[in-house]
Design a protein around this ligand. Structure first.
Ligand code: PMP
Length: 795
């Protein structure tokens, strides 16, 4: 059975806005409903701009809408609407849209002759109850839901196509320039000029960019009169009369243009809608940039069409002009704001917490059994060594900015992950990654420029002779390669590391990582350790004016101990934030003196910047810079690719030459085109968003807030760190420094319940590890401090 009406005798070649609407009586409508659709109902007329609609109340209580189409409406378009409704009902049955009522012989429409000799297509759709969005109070949660529903509907239409989809439509933004033919109807000259300027700008600057955006069939009219609401949630969307194949983002311009019109904080409302949309379908950066112009153009369209229609239908002036003054005023206001202001607000909103429950649009909800079965499967398939964080492990499904969203839709403030340092799923990085992955990714034995550009940019941040990059895929590999370089360059085979150091997982690097040893496993023969310069609980403390020197002297012992075993140091490795030691900043002068001792014993100094690099410590881009030293080798990882597995060793030409003389080096995927493009994007974002300064500013605020908490919570022994790498040591007693290990675990788990993620660190597992993405701001800091305050208060 065809779902597209084939003919419509009597249809004139005129616009649906010009042709006279059908004029059936309620009695006639009832008769049609009964005869054609077997519905025995009473009919009441409903308002419609161009068709004739009746509300049908069946004897059995069911409610329908009988739609008699304007005869100028193209039959193919009515067919497209019907098929779209059928498609949506099939792919996302939970969406509130009208259902198509078929005739007893299975047809989705019926044709009737009118008294005026014209032929009309009649359809029946289910009636959706609910309040119109136009009459609802615009609470943020509702405004956000409008965005979410717009995205859900577009998502349901993604797989739908119809040959009539690209048609002439007054309300198609991509056809906006055609409105110039009607602007002369705008009587007020100033307003007309503004509208024409908007259309000129649109055609010259916006349309070319818009044409490059992803496109599909969209609803294109999610307006206040087409959206139904109940309990501050959108329950349905009606009127599929403006369906069109157009750039996806155009769909969003309609509700934004309408909802911000009377909203007391229009930009906040636009941001709210956009964030709701983005939570369902991530918007691309260019789409976010276009929204301002699309909304402005939509307003200009409304002004033009309304003025034109008033000229054509003076009898309907009141109805047509109802929203016009606001549309005109909004146009003026938006031109005052300018693109950048709205873009910034939208961009920020898209990185903010998502309050929409993921289960609302996936149909899944939190399920203890499912979680347990995933945990069991993980254990079985990945082995028992791979730990899970938190007593109640998290099932994370999305990340965004400083937020992680779990499978129940809960937003968790991420103050733990330093890998996504420019924010989870940063659009600039994601776009760079996607574009390059779609262009070229190959092994590294070819010439491509991104690797050179990236090496240039990276080494430009380094002092001295640190001018050669070697790219690998993980921090462990970088440290492993550094070990080979150090041995080749020095001819020595001994290593010096901190007690409780961690540098990675390869066999060689595992030996350099006593933090990973289980049950008193002894150090390898070629390794010596030095104590971390811990002035709080270490063997020399800050109250001793010579404590730093005493720690430096420990290098003599380490070198002597290696010597006694027949080794000289090839390298000394230091993680610049001493993370696995419990997070601390070495005292001034310590590092320079330690480097000197290692070098005089023939070793090189490796700055492991895997944790500390890329601006995290705030005052400097690299951790070692705070100590006025220049390492021989620097290893990079974690934040380098914002989550993409990439890492690097940066060193001097001489050291590289030493390895080259002895062996070759090749990493198949280390430094491939995708990695380097992503690395460049990360550097761009760090720069553009001034994230190092943010780490310094917010880090200082956060440390001082936590220090204030210490006045009320005696469990806090010491707050330390640099920038946004903070350690909070918890102790049971300030004089014995008895580690509050159990309490630390309890605080971390409670904070997780309160929606804030931090970790546990240190040899006694009594240090709170706080190292959020660098887009963490003052409000996030407050949220963290509040949760910490509560968790400590409950211990
Ligand atoms: N060095 C340091 C200081 C680290 O903290 C880590 C990882 N935690 C590594 C190296 C190893 O990095 P990856 O896990 O990427 O191999």
């Amino acid at each position: 059975m065809s779902t597209t009406p084939q003919s419509q005798t009597g249809a004139k070649a005129e616009s649906v806005l010009e042709a006279q609407a059908p004029a059936f009586s309620s009695r006639e409508a009832e008769a049609i409903a009964q005869r054609a659709f077997d519905i025995h109902a009473t009919a009441h007329p409903l308002v419609s701009e161009r068709d004739q609609n009746f509300h049908l109340l069946d004897k059995d209580g069911s409610e329908w809408v009988l739609k008699i189409a304007n005869p100028a409406e193209k039959p193919a378009l009515l067919g497209m609407q019907t098929q779209a409704l059928l498609h949506i009902a099939q792919v996302d049955p939970s969406l509130g849209i009208p259902r198509v009522k078929l005739t007893p012989d299975g047809a989705p429409f019926h044709e009737v002759d009118g008294a005026d000799g014209r032929r009309f297509i009649v359809r029946v759709l289910s009636f959706l109850p609910g309040q119109l969005l136009a009459d609802a109070t615009l609470l943020p949660v509702l405004v956000r839901d409008v965005g979410a529903i717009t995205a859900r509907l577009a998502r349901a239409l993604r797989g739908f196509f119809h040959p009539a989809a690209r048609h002439e439509l007054l309300w198609d933004l991509t056809q906006a320039p055609a409105l110039r033919a009607r602007t002369h109807h705008i009587e007020e000259q100033g307003r007309r000029r503004v509208v024409e300027e908007v259309l000129d700008h649109f055609e010259a600057e916006v349309l070319p960019r818009l044409k490059m955006q992803r496109a599909q069939i969209i609803h294109n009219d999610i307006s206040c009169l087409n959206t139904l609401v109940e309990d501050n949630r959108v329950t349905g969307v009606i009127d599929f009369g403006d369906l069109i194949h157009a750039p996806l983002v155009c769909d969003l311009a309609v509700p934004i243009a309408e909802l911000i019109r009377e909203h007391p904080d229009p930009i906040a409302a636009a941001a709210e809608i956009t964030a709701g949309y983005h939570a369902v379908t991530a918007l691309e950066d260019e789409e976010l940039r276009l929204i301002f112009d699309l909304v402005t153009t939509r307003c200009a369209m409304e002004v033009t069409v309304a003025n034109w229609r008033v000229c054509e239908h003076p009898e309907n002036t009141d109805y047509i002009m109802a929203g016009l003054p606001q549309a005109g005023a909004q146009l003026d206001r938006m031109r005052e704001w300018g693109t950048e202001r709205m873009y910034t607000a939208l961009r920020r909103a898209c990185a903010a917490p998502v309050t929409i429950r993921v289960s609302d649009f996936t149909g899944s909800s939190f399920d203890e059994d499912k979680l347990q079965s995933l945990i069991d499967r993980r254990r079985q398939r990945l082995g028992p060594n791979l730990e899970l964080s938190y007593d109640k492990p998290l099932h994370i499904v999305r990340g965004e900015g400083v937020w992680l969203i779990d499978a129940t839709g809960r937003s968790l403030l991420d103050a733990y992950n330093n890998v996504p340092s420019v924010g989870h799923c940063h659009p600039t990085v994601v776009q760079a990654l996607a574009r390059q992955a779609a262009t070229l990714n190959t092994n590294t034995r070819y010439i491509y420029e991104s690797v050179l550009e990236y090496a240039d940019r990276l080494t430009a941040t380094m002092p001295g002779d640190l001018s050669v990059c070697m790219f690998v895929c993980s921090g462990s590999e970088a440290n492993d390669l550094a070990w080979r370089l150090a041995k080749a360059h020095t001819g020595n085979a001994g290593g010096i590391v901190m007690e409780d150091a961690y540098h990675g997982t390869t066999d060689a690097v595992f030996e350099l990582s006593p933090a990973e040893y289980v049950d008193g496993r002894p150090l390898a023969e070629h390794i010596a350790t030095v104590p971390a310069p811990d002035g709080y609980r270490g063997k020399f403390r800050r109250d001793d004016p010579l404590y730093s020197e005493r720690y430096v002297a420990c290098f003599d012992d380490a070198i002597a101990s290696l010597d006694a075993r027949g080794f000289a140091p090839a390298a000394y490795y230091l993680d610049l934030v001493l993370c696995s030691n419990g997070i601390m900043v070495p005292p001034p002068g310590y590092l320079a003196a330690a480097f000197e001792k290692v070098r005089s014993a023939g070793g090189v100094c490796v700055a492991d910047e895997v944790q500390s690099g890329f601006g995290r410590t705030g005052d400097y881009f690299w951790g070692f810079e705070a100590h006025g030293v220049v390492p021989d080798i620097v290893t990079l990882g974690k934040p380098i690719g914002n989550g993409l597995s990439m890492a690097a060793v940066v060193t001097t030409p001489e050291i590289v030459a030493s390895l080259t003389n002895e062996s070759s080096f090749f990493s198949t995927t280390g430094g491939n085109p995708v990695s380097c493009t992503v690395g460049l994007a990360v550097l761009d974002v760090l720069e553009q968003e001034d994230l190092q300064a943010c780490a310094a500013r917010v880090g200082a605020i956060l440390r001082s807030q936590i220090e204030k908490l210490a006045e009320r919570h005696p469990l806090i022994g010491e707050v330390r760190g640099a920038g946004l790498f903070i350690g909070v040591e918890l102790v049971r007693d300030h004089s014995t420094l008895e580690p509050a290990t159990k309490e630390t675990a309890a605080v971390v788990n409670r904070m997780c319940e309160l929606g804030v993620l931090v970790g546990i660190e240190g040899p006694c597992s009594n240090v709170l590890k706080i190292r959020p993405p660098l887009v963490f701001d003052e409000n996030h800091a407050l949220q963290l401090t509040d949760a910490l305050d509560r968790a400590l208060g409950e211990i």
